[in-house]
Structures are given as C-alpha cells and as structure tokens.
Design a protein around this ligand. Structure first.
Ligand SMILES: Cc1cc2nc3c(=O)[nH]c(=O)nc-3n(C[C@H](O)[C@H](O)[C@H](O)COP(=O)(O)O)c2cc1C
Length: 338
C-alpha cells in the first residue's frame, strides 16, 4: 500500500555519530524499558528484528557507587549482542553518577551514558530522581556538566519529558542541558504529570524541542506504533530518529518494519504468525537455563502485551502459562501452532 512521500523520513536511516567515535547505525531504536528488555526479549529481537544499538533500562544509583562487577552484570546480556550500547543511569547525586559513568566508560561496547530525567513512576519521583529532576534544572545541568568534564571523549545524553508539570518548562531545560555538554537528546513529548494520558500536542511540542536543541541530534519518543507515526515524526525539522517502547512490545518487529518501510516507501507489517515465532524464540532462549530466565509472571505479561486479547492464540496461551507454569509445556504448545 503506497503512502506519503518518505524521502525526508529516510534520514532516519542514516548513522548517528556520537562524541568519542561511537556510531548508532541508524535512528530507529528500541526505547529503554525496565522490566521488558529482558535477556530473552533482547535475544529474540536480535534474531527477528534489525536492532542496531541499545539504550539500557535505567540503573538506579542512589546511596553508593556499585562495584564494577555489579555494573557489568547489569549489562552483560547487552554486551553479548556486540551492538553499540548507551547505558542509562538514574539518580540525583552528580558525584556518584559521574563515578558510575567513569566505570562504565572503561567498557569497550559502551558508547555513551544517558541520564534519565523522565521517569514518571511515583516511587522514583518520591526519591527525587527521574522526572522529578525536571523541576531542578540547575541540578540536571550539574549532573551533565560533571560527567561531561570527567569524560570529554564519551557521548553524554539525557532522556527527558517536556516538563514536570508544563511543556513550556522545556524552554529553560533544553538550552541548559545543551550548554552543559550533551551531544544527544532523547525526548518524550508528554510532561511527567501527564504520565501516559492522551496528548494532542505531540507535534507542536516536538517541533519546539527540536528547535531548542538544534544542532544536536534528537531521538523522539512517544506513541510510535505505526508507519504514519514515523512519517509524522520525520516531518519535524531537526529530528534525527526515534525510539519505540510500547509499540515495540505490541509489535516486536516494529524496528525492522520501520526500516523496511523507509527503504521501500510503503508500509510493511509483520503477520500475527510471526509474533508466535517471536514468542517461541524467547522461550527457546529461556529453556537454556529456566532457573535463571523463566518467570511465569513475565511471560504472562508479555503474552498480554504482545498478542492482546484479540489474537486467536491469546486465551489458550495465557491459560497454558497459568496452569503449567512450565516453559517446556508452553513451548510444546507453541510448536503445534507454528
Ligand atoms: C514498561 C516500560 C518501561 C520503561 N522503562 C524505561 C526506562 O528504563 N528508561 C527510560 O528512559 N524510559 C523507560 N520507559 C519509557 C519509554 O522509554 C518511552 O519513553 C515511553 O514509554 C514513551 O514511549 P511509547 O509511547 O513508545 O511507549 C519505559 C516505558 C515502559 C512502557
């Protein structure tokens, strides 16, 4: 089905060059997702989709700087993929964040450090981290500046929302962060207080955010579910790419679908059957070491999110996971369906 002109949007296929020599092969990326980007999910994405780089889910740095071995353990499954990696840190203490960033900077695959100034979770906000920092622009600035000065040859980026309570807060936040030494910005168009509520101002907010941060590369986040969302993002001047989060869970092939759609100039979507294959690839990974990787709660949640109630396999798969709690039995059920 041919749709709108995609010549502009093809710029999202270009590599993004980071400070220090790291390169993201293109601007179509999986968004960081705590609790979702498990070893099995990442493994299946590597097999089935065209992921070119990762941004890890947040690593909380609160009372102390974790030891190097603990830090490496937190990212080991990303390292195994051999793809460029941006490690996301969340906290509010500039010294501890900087010290942690230095430890990660020694790892070859780590091409950048990203600070999470976006998370709207109540627990995170009550600790003054994540999105709470949007109300403290000077502290955010200090966090970025300190790490940038300590690691002048490493990419330092931030993931933000447009504000804590109002989108106009970005008018102060973005210039401050840029001046502090960011070389990449990731932005979700909602404010923290808006959580995930519907927002009709995505485009105008993102136009403003990209203009405020130009000429820095900017990755857009928020409500990227299909190719027309991609084309809308690409119509925003100075945007360099995008990151899919909920859209990636709903359609684990969204990265390759977007890349192929951009290449071919028409919308490409994977089939429902391919989702079954994806789930089976996750399970086959899990079967290598069920003690370590199996959690029936995680697979129930992923079944709910990947297939949704309308999918013909949904009811049976849910009930097999609940009743058996066994990855082997779930796998043999899926094999019959493939
Ligand atoms: C389950 C889940 C976990 C998330 N974890 C993180 C995280 O660790 N770090 C982060 O910066 N954003 C996180 N996010 C936010 C997403 O990266 C993204 O910015 C947000 O969901 C908006 O994009 P979407 O509309 O494509 O979901 C998470 C979102 C979801 C749904």
């Amino acid at each position: 089905m041919p749709i709108a002109d995609n010549s502009q949007a093809k710029r999202y296929l270009k590599p993004i060059h980071l400070k220090g020599g790291g390169v993201l092969p293109n601007g179509v990326l999986p968004a960081p997702m705590e609790g979702v980007l498990s070893p099995a999910f990442c493994h299946a994405l590597m097999q089935e989709s065209q992921v070119g780089a990762w941004i890890t889910p947040f690593i909380r740095i609160s009372v102390s700087v974790p030891r190097r071995t603990r830090l490496i353990k937190a990212i080991d499954y990303f390292l195994e993929t051999k793809l460029p990696l941006i490690v996301q840190l969340m906290g509010r203490d500039p010294d501890r964040l900087c010290e942690t960033a230095k430890r990660f900077a020694e790892v070859e695959a780590v091409k950048g450090i990203n600070f999470n100034f976006a998370c709207p979770s109540k627990t995170v906000l009550s600790s003054g981290a994540g999105g709470a920092l949007l109300s403290e622009p000077k502290l955010m600035e200090k966090i970025v500046q300190k790490s940038q000065q300590a690691l002048p040859h490493l990419s330092i980026s931030a993931k933000i929302r447009t504000g804590r309570s109002h989108a106009h807060e970005m008018e102060e936040i973005i210039p401050r962060l840029c001046a502090a030494g960011l070389d990449l910005l990731m932005i979700h168009h909602r404010t923290v207080n808006e959580e995930y509520q519907p927002c009709s101002q995505r485009k105008e907010r993102l136009i403003k955010a990209c203009a405020l941060s130009a000429p820095l590369p900017v990755l857009l986040s928020g409500d990227i579910f299909n190719y027309s969302d991609v084309l809308e993002c690409a119509s925003i001047p100075y945007s360099t790419g995008l990151m899919a989060a909920r859209g990636l869970i709903k359609n684990p092939f969204i990265i390759s679908n977007i890349i192929e759609s951009l290449n071919q100039g028409c919308e490409i979507n994977s089939s429902d059957r391919e989702k079954i294959n994806f789930f089976a690839t996750m399970l086959s990974f899990c079967l290598k070491d069920p003690q370590k990787y199996w959690s029936h709660r995680y697979y129930l949640e992923m079944c709910r999110r990947i297939f949704g109630q309308e999918h013909p396999i949904y009811d049976d798969l849910m009930s097999i996971i609940i009743k058996s709690r066994s990855p082997k039995i779930v796998m043999s059920f899926l094999e019959q369906k493939l």
